[in-house]
Design a protein around this ligand. Sequence first.
Ligand code: HEM
Length: 98
Amino acid sequence: MLSAFAASTLFLVSYPACHFHYPTTAYQGQGAVRYLYFFIPITHVVLAIVIVPMALLTLSRALRGRIERHRTLARRTLPLWLYVSVTGVVVYLMLYQF
Ligand code: HEM
């Protein structure tokens, strides 16, 4: 989990740096898939903001030995974190591969 957190932190630093140099890409798909597409990045962005304090608190509780409280929060943090991670890749694939 510490490695996952370190990897996510590196990504969080490199991602704005990348967008500083490259323009954003508009989604080209039309029809129903366009609604599906927008549902994914909107929920992705909202949850990506929410997950930062959640992950920090989950980590801090574990490192301070508050394991019961860590477990309670971690049951929500882990699935949300996985959703944000997977949908990030899905958005990339929808934008550049399909
Ligand atoms: C943000 C990072 C982390 C996440 C998302 C996470 C997630 C989880 C999850 C989902 C559980 C199981 C909860 C349940 O019982 O249903 C858990 C349990 C636990 N975690 Fe973490 N964890 C993180 C970081 C850490 C770290 C850094 C440590 C060690 C210092 C740690 C130590 C533990 C321990 C000791 C348990 C209880 C295991 C047991 O009851 O057998 N966690 N964690």
